[in-house]
Design a protein around this ligand. Sequence first.
Ligand code: TXA
Ligand code: MG
Length: 553
Amino acid sequence: MPPQNKTMKTEIYTITDPVSQKSEIEEIASLLKKGEAVAIPTETVYGIAADCFNEEAVAKIFEAKGRPSDNPLIVHIAKTEELYSLVKEVPESVKKLTDKYWPGPLTVILPKKDCISDRVSGYLPTVAVRMPSHPVSRAIIEAARVPLAAPSANISGFPSPTSFTHVKDDMTGRLPAIVDGGDCELGIESTVISFATEIPTLLRPGAVTYEQLTEVLGEVKLHSAILNPLEKGATAASPGMKYKHYSPTARLRVFKGTKEELKEYLEKYPDIFDHILCFEGEEDEFSLPAVTFGKEDDPFSQAKRLFDSFRELDDMGAKRVIVRAPSENGVGLGVCNRLYRAAGFSFILPTDGIIIGITGESGSGKSTVCKKLEEKGFYIIDADKLAREITDKGSPVLKRLGEAFGEDIISPDGTLDRRLLASRAFKDFESKALLDSITHPEIVSRCENTAKMKTKEGKCVIIDAPLLFTSGLHLICHKTVRVFAPEEIRLQRILERDKITREEALLRFSKQTEEAKAAEKADGIINNYPPFDIDEEINKICPSGIRIASQLN
Ligand code: TXA
Ligand code: MG
């Protein structure tokens, strides 16, 4: 959430007929002319609008949303002619396209004129322009007599608001006015196409479909980040691609298979997901609490419901949600793009196994639990072992550690002097953060590669990681579990096992407080101390997983 406190008085304007409610439209327009930012309805999603030529007004949009300043805004116009005052040139192909689809859910990107500030363009040489069809937004733009810069009216990173209730929840106290125009007809943001490239490139699919674009333009490139994660190190053609968007708080995973296959999968692993996002009419076919998002054969209905369904899942307290991928055709491409991004492009195939992450403080008996799970057929990834391997002689991580902490941490024989590194890396918060920033991404990516490979073979994987949450490894797990024992018991265990002093043991504990705090959010707990029976506890956490894993033996 943006740091700004929600103390502003927010006026609500309910507009059902912009023609008869002319005086209210004028009031809203005068707020905009005065340099205020106002939430307005469009046919796609609600937006936060401000005079695109007023720097201070535009700054208010970013403040209300908590949006990164390099993410550019779309400029909204009421008449096609206005496009000419914003961009350097309007090619024939753009004319053809806007003639057909404006007003409507289509945004075109073209080289900008100087009147567009860096704030609006996100320091790019181009600007995004669209003419909405919603009568209320058009009336407001016309009355303001100036193009309005407007991003979606959600808090940055959260689902775009598609109803007045959403925008009221998100923006009350952050803006001086919200215009209530009812539910948005389409429910996903406009199609964004760039003409700054030699061949026009579709950057964001929406209700104007890829098929419709190619019909007018001939060849259109489909940006790879629409259906796949942005490649590491690649620059985003559209800065919005970099940011996790559209996402509910719950972890979402996309199942790529038929309804029958999903049923089988959930029977095999009934304890991994706590909610299902499914098509209308299917809600009683699964044993999980369900939220629906439109009909399977009607992508328009899916688009209209999608963001609303994300909010519903959050309201229900969903933590781990599975959803079956809809068709990627037509408007479905836009639906899939939002859904896949919300899921962080995390897909499950019918034959995939599951990944369970296990954390636990020193002495909790995490290794014992993992050993038992291994006997039951789980494939164990030891994250600690992996962490040592990434700093093997000659490895790129070792080289970077040398650059960061001094070349002398690499011994003459080329191996890492762990003690010397520890003395430097654990001396203060910044050094520790630097160490983590070098090692954690590598550990996560190696764990992920191995885990994915094994699950593709149908195996169930345990990631045994004392820093499951603090390293970010929990994000690749379908479920997380904390092995727990009270401090006194853990202390006894490690005093006996490791032959260290009480002080040394307590020091070790103090280094794990951050992880222990984060681990309180784990999906399950295995109590590993008397009077609990460890086998029963394990069974409680993943009975089906064990059943499946045993079959693999
Ligand atoms: O339907 C919509 O387009 C809604 C309503 C309110 O009109 N607006 C909207 O705006 O979705 P926003 O800011 O949430 O999304 C605009 C997207 C962002 O991903 C941004 O990075 C991209 O368009 N974009 C804007 N200007 C761009 C440019 N010059 N080059 C590349 N991408 C651009
Ligand atoms: Mg947005």
